[in-house]
Design a protein around this ligand. Structure first.
Ligand SMILES: NC(=O)c1ccc[n+]([C@@H]2O[C@H](COP(=O)([O-])OP(=O)(O)OC[C@H]3O[C@@H](n4cnc5c(N)ncnc54)[C@H](O)[C@@H]3O)[C@@H](O)[C@H]2O)c1
Length: 328
């Protein structure tokens, strides 16, 4: 099915890591217009350089914060679909829980409400695998209990509950995507608030031994960003009007194996260093996360394309081309 022909789409958080790839994926479709709405708290205009060369793609000109109800409302006028990825990230939520509440919960409410007001045909909203917390069974299906303990996961659980209520009360069509561990270009590569893949690459490219917290047996489901972005388009194109879906590969990779794979791809002889968990990390960090891909595949037709090795190769190449990789 193709819902997107000649459609106008607002991408909230479209200048971010996953959002910039969502914009690229949308422009591969026969859409009329893709408008990015972003406050650039974390997103960057340079991630949209190529996309903005396409006359169908623009950035909403008068700002773009999901806390500004009237501006959000204006941006949604005349749009057919909305994809919303705007959120404060895990570690920001840990440090700034009240702002996390204002952006991820109240801001998300504003997005849902504006969608109803503007008769948006369908909203695709970014939830997170964080709703599950530590796994009690693997792979985790969408019925896995919510064992989350942190503020970030709490905001996503609240968002899912509101999505359900907006669907029930107003008939808003909304699909929530519970991404597993997304990696790839445009991820925050250098700041303190960054993911495990860029942290390891930064160390190896600086010719320093990569450091693993714990014994490295903790295992996750890594999905390449282009695949995660594609799932948003599949969800829009599907006939499904409501539901929460895992976005993952169902492939389990331990941090130790991930590190060895990166060392091999970088042709590095560096030896891994192991560091005990801090008490805070030992208590708070999820040790195991692999999502079942069955529901997303069956209901929205999502199939991932890139293996971890292929995705890492693309990321490593991008880091070289853009100068993020400062080795040599
Ligand atoms: N990256 C992952 O592994 C992962 C995993 C699970 C869930 N998610 C979720 O997916 C979504 C996208 O994640 P990402 O990794 O691309 O994050 P990101 O931080 O790169 O992207 C979020 C974007 O939203 C923008 N934004 C933040 N606050 C805003 C506000 N108040 N108003 C308007 N725009 C705002 C940021 O500037 C940024 O461009 C988020 O909702 C995140 O919680 C990501």
């Amino acid at each position: 099915m193709n819902n997107l022909k000649n459609s106008k789409i607002l991408v909230i958080g479209g200048a971010g890591f996953i959002g910039s790839f969502v914009v690229s994926e949308l422009l591969k479709e026969d859409v009329a217009e893709v408008v990015v709405y972003d406050n650039f708290a974390r997103g960057k205009k340079e991630y949209l350089t190529e996309q903005l060369k396409d006359p169908r793609c623009t950035i909403f000109p008068i700002g773009g914060d999901i806390r500004d109800i009237d501006i959000l409302d204006a941006a949604m006028k005349g749009k057919d679909f909305v994809i919303s990825l705007a959120a404060m990230w895990l570690l920001h939520c840990k440090d700034y829980p009240r702002t996390a509440f204002e952006v991820n919960i109240a801001g998300t409410f504003n997005v849902f409400e504006a969608c109803v007001k503007n008769n948006i045909k369908k909203l695709i909203w970014s939830s997170s695998a964080s709703v599950y917390g530590d796994a009690v069974e693997l792979p985790m299906t969408e019925n896995h209990p919510f064992n989350n303990k942190n503020f970030y996961g709490a905001t996503k659980i609240a968002g899912e509950a509101m999505a359900t209520a907006f669907n029930d009360r107003y008939g808003l069509k909304v699909i929530g995507l519970r991404y597993m561990n997304v990696y790839g270009p445009h991820q925050d590569q250098t700041a303190a608030y960054t993911g495990v893949v860029p942290i390891m690459l930064n160390k190896i490219e600086a010719n320093e031994p990569p450091v693993i917290n714990g014994d490295g047996s903790q295992a996750y489901d890594f999905i390449y960003v282009e695949d995660a972005a594609r799932c948003n388009v599949d969800a829009l194109n599907s006939e499904i009007g409501f539901g929460m879906y895992n976005v993952g590969t169902e492939v389990q990779t331990s941090i130790k194996d991930l590190c060895n794979m990166i060392l091999e791809l970088k042709k590095s002889n560096l030896k891994v260093t192991f560091k005990p968990y801090t008490a805070d990390d030992a208590r708070a960090l999820v040790q195991n996360r692999i999502g079942s891909k069955v529901k997303a595949e069956k209901e929205i037709g999502f199939k991932f394309k890139y293996s971890l090795e292929e995705g890492l190769k693309r990321l490593i190449e991008w880091r070289i081309v853009t100068g993020v990789d400062k080795s040599k």
